[in-house]
Design a protein around this ligand. Structure first.
Ligand SMILES: NC(=O)c1ccc[n+]([C@@H]2O[C@H](COP(=O)([O-])OP(=O)(O)OC[C@H]3O[C@@H](n4cnc5c(N)ncnc54)[C@H](O)[C@@H]3O)[C@@H](O)[C@H]2O)c1
Length: 275
C-alpha cells in the first residue's frame, strides 16, 4: 500500500466545467495532491481566469482546453489532443452543469414547471446528462482500454437525493403562480447523474475503472440574506458550505484512499438530507 494514500503524483485529471466556481476547487485539490489538472470548459473567459489563478496560487503548471461537453466530436478531438500533448487521462470529473441561480436577488422568472420551456429542458439535460455521457464514453473508454483503469467522478448535488424546497425561493409581492422555483431540470439531471454513476461503476469494473458521485450541498456565494437564513435552518451544521470544503472529498475520491469505493454517492451537505 502506498505511503500517502491520497497522493495523486503521476495522475492526470480532466475536469469539465473547469472554468466555474467548483471546477477551480476540484483542480486545486488535484494539484495539491501532486496531480496534473486539465481544465475543460465552454467558457473561455472563466477557463483562462481559473487557469491563471490556479497556476499563480499553486506555482504548478495547469492545462486548459475549450470544450463543449454537448458536442461529441469536440470531446473526441480534445481527448485526443490531451492524450498527445499531456498523456493518459487517469481521472475524469464530470462537473459541468447549467446552474440557474434561483436564489439570486432577482431570481428566475421562467422556471415554473407549468410552463417550463422545452428548449430549456433540452439545454439543461444536454449539458448535465448528455455531456457527462459523452465525456464518460470518450475518456472512460480510453481508461478501460489499456488495462490501467481509472476513476470517474460525477458531481451531483444534495438535490440528487432530496427534492428542492421551493419555499426557499419565494419572493414577497409575487403571485403564487409567478413565484420563482428551482427548475425541474436540476432535479432530473442530478438524479440522472446518480444512475450514470451506478451504471458506470459496474460497466468497467473488470477493467479497473471506478465511478462514484459527489453530492455537494449549497455553497455560499453571496446569495440573498433571506434565502440564506431560511436555508441554514434546514442544515444540521447550521451554515452553507465554503467553496473549498469539497477539496478533501475530491482528493479522497480520486486517490487510492477510496480504492474500495465504487458506485457510491458521497453526500456532503452539512447533514441537510438527513433531516
Ligand atoms: N455551487 C453549488 O452550490 C453547488 C451545489 C451542489 C452541486 N453543484 C454542482 O457542482 C457543479 C459545479 O457547480 P458550480 O457552482 O461551480 O457552477 P458554475 O456555474 O460556476 O460552473 C459550471 C461550469 O460549467 C460550464 N459549462 C456549462 N455548459 C457547458 C458546456 N456545454 N460544456 C462545457 N462546460 C460547460 C460553465 O461554463 C461553468 O464554468 C455543477 O454540476 C453543480 O450542479 C454546485
Amino acid at each position: 500500500m502506498s505511503k500517502d494514500l491520497f497522493s495523486l503524483v503521476g495522475k492526470t485529471a480532466a475536469i469539465t466545467g473547469g472554468g466555474g466556481m467548483l471546477g477551480y476547487q476540484h483542480a486545486a485539490a488535484i494539484v495539491n495532491q501532486g496531480g496534473t489538472a486539465v481544465l475543460l470548459d465552454i467558457d473561455e473567459g472563466g477557463l483562462k481566469a481559473n487557469h491563471d489563478m490556479l497556476q499563480k496560487d499553486s506555482g504548478i503548471s495547469v492545462h486548459r482546453y475549450t470544450m463543449d461537453v454537448t458536442d461529441a466530436s469536440e470531446v473526441r478531438h480534445v481527448s485526443a489532443q490531451i492524450q498527445s500533448e499531456i498523456g493518459r487521462v487517469d481521472i475524469l470529473i464530470n462537473n459541468a452543469a447549467r446552474n440557474p441561480k434561483v436564489e439570486a436577488a432577482d431570481g428566475l422568472d421562467s422556471s415554473r414547471f407549468e410552463y417550463f420551456p422545452v428548449d430549456q429542458w433540452d439545454l439543461d439535460l444536454n449539458v448535465g446528462l448528455r455531456g457527462a455521457f459523452f465525456c464518460s464514453q470518450v475518456f472512460g473508454s480510453s481508461m478501460a482500454a489499456d488495462g490501467e483503469g481509472g476513476i470517474i467522478i460525477n458531481i451531483a448535488s444534495d438535490l440528487a437525493v432530496i427534492a428542492p424546497d421551493q419555499r426557499l425561493y419565494r419572493q414577497p409581492n409575487k403571485a403564487p403562480d409567478e413565484q420563482p422555483v428551482k427548475p425541474i431540470t436540476y432535479s432530473v439531471v442530478k438524479h440522472g447523474i446518480i444512475g450514470l454513476t451506478k451504471y458506470l461503476a459496474t460497466y468497467w469494473c473488470e477493467q479497473g475503472v471506478r465511478c462514484n458521485a459527489l453530492s455537494p450541498g449549497g455553497v455560499y456565494a453571496g446569495q440573498n440574506e433571506v434565502f440564506v437564513s431560511n436555508l441554514v435552518k434546514l442544515i444540521p451544521l447550521g451554515r452553507m458550505a465554503k467553496a473549498d470544503e469539497y477539496r478533501g472529498a475530491i482528493a479522497f475520491l480520486c486517490s487510492d484512499a477510496s480504492r474500495y469505493l465504487n458506485g457510491a454517492n458521497l453526500v456532503m451537505d452539512g447533514g441537510r438530507s438527513v433531516w
